[in-house]
Design a protein around this ligand. Structure first.
Ligand code: AMP
Length: 114
């Protein structure tokens, strides 16, 4: 089922896009939890981590990590470090069922997460 992120991919609703390729889109989170909070998503609809198939999606996942590194560099947070988070399902705290990687940085992260 399509989510609000499909509307962002299709440019039907606005987003602060920081990176785009043929297969990946990245934009600033509307409710940031850190000075830098960017969502990196595949353009194809994968609802959640448990829908990932290594045989099918390995290249796409590699591209998501490449995008994260490039964006972290552009945002000036690569050297100090950052956190990548993917929430999965109810207990994981997932709200939008279109796979997305949170790129969080610009402050010290805590552990364990809430
Ligand atoms: P999750 O809880 O992992 O599913 O994260 C969903 C994230 O999407 C939250 O951090 C929201 O703030 C963010 N979000 C929801 N709608 C939008 C939107 N229209 N533009 C940017 N970020 C959004």
């Amino acid at each position: 089922m399509s989510t609000i992120f499909s509307k962002i991919i299709n440019k039907e609703i606005p987003a602060d896009i920081v990176f785009e390729s043929e297969s990946i889109l990245a934009f600033r989170d509307i409710n940031p939890k850190a000075p830098t909070h960017i969502l990196i998503i595949p353009k194809i609809e994968i609802a959640k981590v448990t829908d990932i198939k290594g045989s099918e999606h390995a290249e796409l996942l590699g591209q998501m990590y490449d995008a994260a590194n490039k964006i972290a560099e552009n945002e000036g947070i690569a050297e100090d470090g950052f956190r990548l988070v993917i929430n999965c399902g109810n207990n994981g705290g997932q709200e939008v069922y279109h796979l997305h990687m949170h790129l969080l940085g610009g402050r010290q992260m805590n552990w364990p997460p809430g």
